[in-house]
Structures are given as C-alpha cells and as structure tokens.
Design a binder for this molecule. Structure first.
Ligand SMILES: Cc1cc2nc3c(=O)[nH]c(=O)nc-3n(C[C@H](O)[C@H](O)[C@H](O)COP(=O)(O)OP(=O)(O)OC[C@H]3O[C@@H](n4cnc5c(N)ncnc54)[C@H](O)[C@@H]3O)c2cc1C
Length: 294
C-alpha cells in the first residue's frame, strides 16, 4: 500500500514486531512451565495458571492484530476468499476460535482471582486477624504482635536482595532483564504487602488492584522464561543471535507493562469506574441506550 508492503509502514511494523516477540514469549513460557511440571517436587500452580491466562490473552491480541494487518481480507471468511481466488487464510475463523479461550477452562477473571488468592493467602494466614476490624481489639493486638515478629524479618529481606551487576552475568546481553526481574519481584512482594495493609480484608474486593499485581507477576515470569530460553539457544547454537533479538524485545515490552502497572496500583480511577458501573446498572444513564437497535 502507498508504494510499499504494509509491513514497511511503521504502524503495521509495530504490530508485527510485537507479534514476533509475544510468540517467542509464549513458546518460552510453555517450555519453562512444561520443564517445571516434569519435576515432580515443584509446585507449579502459579506457573500453570499464568501460562493459561497469558497465552489465552496473547493469542487473542495476536489474532486481533493479524485481522487488522490483513485488512478486509482478515475479516472475510476463508470460503469467501477462496471464491474470489485469494489465498484462503482462515484468520477470521482463528479470531472466533481464539476468543473462547478467555472464557472457558477458567475465564481470565477467574484465573486472575486464583493467582491473586495464592499470592495473598500467605499474608492473610500471618496477618489476617491483625487487620480484620470485625475482631475484638485484644485478639487483633495479639495477632499484630505475632505478625510484627514475622514481618520484621520478611519485609527487610524483600528490600535487601542484590539485583544488580554482576548478578546474572551468565545471561550475557539479557542479564539486565534478569536483574530487573529480580528487583521488581521483590517490589511486587512489598507492594502486595502494602495493598494488604491499605485495604485489609477488603483487598479481595479490589479486583482491579489485585489484577494489576497478578499481571505484573505474569510479566516477570515472561522475562524469566524468555531469558532462560534464549540462553539455552545460545549455548546450543553459539552463532545464532535470533533468539536474543526476540527475547530482548519481549522483555522490553514486558518491562514497560510492569512499570506502567506499578504506577497505577494505587493511583487509578478504579473507584470512580466502579461507582459509574453501579449507577449504569441502576439505569441512571438509560438515555445512552436510546436509538440502539435491539
Ligand atoms: C464452546 C464452549 C465449550 C464449553 N465446554 C465446556 C466443557 O467441556 N466442560 C465444562 O464444564 N464447561 C464448558 N463450557 C462452559 C465454560 O466453562 C463456562 O462458559 C465458563 O466457565 C464461564 O462460565 P459462565 O459462562 O457461566 O460465565 P459466568 O460465570 O456467568 O461469568 C460471566 C463473566 O463474569 C466473570 N466473573 C464470574 N465470576 C466472577 C468473579 N467472582 N469475579 C470477577 N469476575 C467474575 C467471568 O469471568 C465472565 O467474564 C463451555 C463453554 C463454551 C462456550
């Protein structure tokens, strides 16, 4: 189009580049999660749930972009394309099929709730009674003392780890991403703790907050999986840089998502949006529906 293949235009190239990096990340996650599942001593509930969630959503993004890049041909069925003598690429069918993965075998929301519960449960076991305003003050104080002793060790340990040079130098050009993942993993642990203190037992109802934390965890897993996979390729084929190129961009994309979500964990419009949704359900804005064909 306009004298060049569409992939030469920046808008489309951005989609193609992301698709390549995300495809690499998807395969890296599958490889890592599968390798972990082979070790019977490892608990892989987190990894399995993150793999399901991330792959369902990324597949949808990929197909969505594929339809966009194919333009009208992306929207057309394969039969229609064939009838017109075009390459009958079934992208439209892929889009319909990909969408269900976000709903069945654990919808995206339920997967995030499951992961969030696993992440928060250990804190609630230790400090749940201390932050529960429904309990008598004496019970809460006793629980607070116990939790205080635990967190006096736990919290500093989440801040003190070393996530800078020369750690992870075996990862060569990807070491910076592993160091970043190390630092942000500890920040994630601290932020989950802060969220628990801030919202108390009400945290389980702040799904938007929890889901951001879950998505940060998923992207940290993406970074680790990509780096591990690329280094394996380098060891097996030392002259091949392709895996590092893909892993590097996949990690950069994950890092931007992570930093954006950290910024929005506590500074967001969640409550306003929630209230708006409740008012919409109470038909306060029913005039918006006028003129819609039903
Ligand atoms: C093609 C197809 C094949 C299927 N095959 C099978 C099968 O083989 N076996 C089987 O058992 N089932 C099957 N199902 C059913 C499928 O598992 C359910 O559709 C799925 O679990 C979602 O449940 P639901 O449709 O009742 O939606 P609901 O549970 O009503 O959910 C509606 C929406 O609300 C969200 N939601 C629900 N609860 C919460 C919550 N607590 N917090 C936040 N959000 C929430 C959901 O994520 C979803 O977005 C199939 C469905 C389809 C469409």
């Amino acid at each position: 189009q306009w004298g060049a293949p569409v992939g030469k235009h920046d808008a489309v190239a951005q989609m193609l580049g992301r698709m390549a990096a995300d495809t690499y990340a998807m395969e890296a996650i599958v490889e890592l999660a599968a390798a972990m599942s082979g070790r019977k001593t490892l608990d892989i509930r987190f990894e399995a749930a993150m793999a399901k969630l991330w792959h369902s959503e990324k597949l949808w993004d990929l197909v969505h972009d594929a339809v966009q890049i194919r333009g009208g041909r992306g929207y057309e069925s394969a039969d229609s394309l064939r009838a017109r003598g075009e390459d009958p690429m079934p992208v439209e069918r892929c889009m319909r099929d990909a969408r269900i993965n976000l709903i069945f075998e654990g919808s995206s929301e339920i997967m995030r709730l499951f992961i969030a519960r696993e992440a928060v449960d250990s804190h609630l076991t230790v400090a749940g009674k201390a932050i529960d305003p429904r309990l008598p003050v004496a019970t809460r104080l006793a629980a607070l003392l116990k939790a205080g002793a635990h967190y006096a060790v736990w919290y500093p340990a989440r801040g003190l780890g070393w996530g800078r040079w020369p750690r992870y130098r075996d990862f060569g050009p990807l070491a910076k991403h592993m160091r970043y993942a190390n630092r942000r993993s500890r920040k994630l642990a601290r932020t989950i703790f802060h969220a628990m203190i801030r919202f108390g037992p009400g945290l389980e109802r702040r799904q938007a907050v929890l889901f951001r934390l879950v998505d940060i965890g998923c992207d940290l897993f993406v970074i680790a999986a990509c780096c591990v996979r690329a280094m394996k390729t380098i060891r097996e084929q030392p002259g091949d840089r392709t895996a590092v190129e893909l892993a590097d961009v996949a990690c950069k994309l994950a890092r931007r998502r992570i930093d954006g979500r950290f910024r929005r964990v506590f500074r967001n419009d969640d409550l306003e949006i929630y209230r708006l949704a409740q008012r919409a359900m109470d038909h306060r804005y029913s005039w918006l529906e006028h003129g819609i064909v039903d």
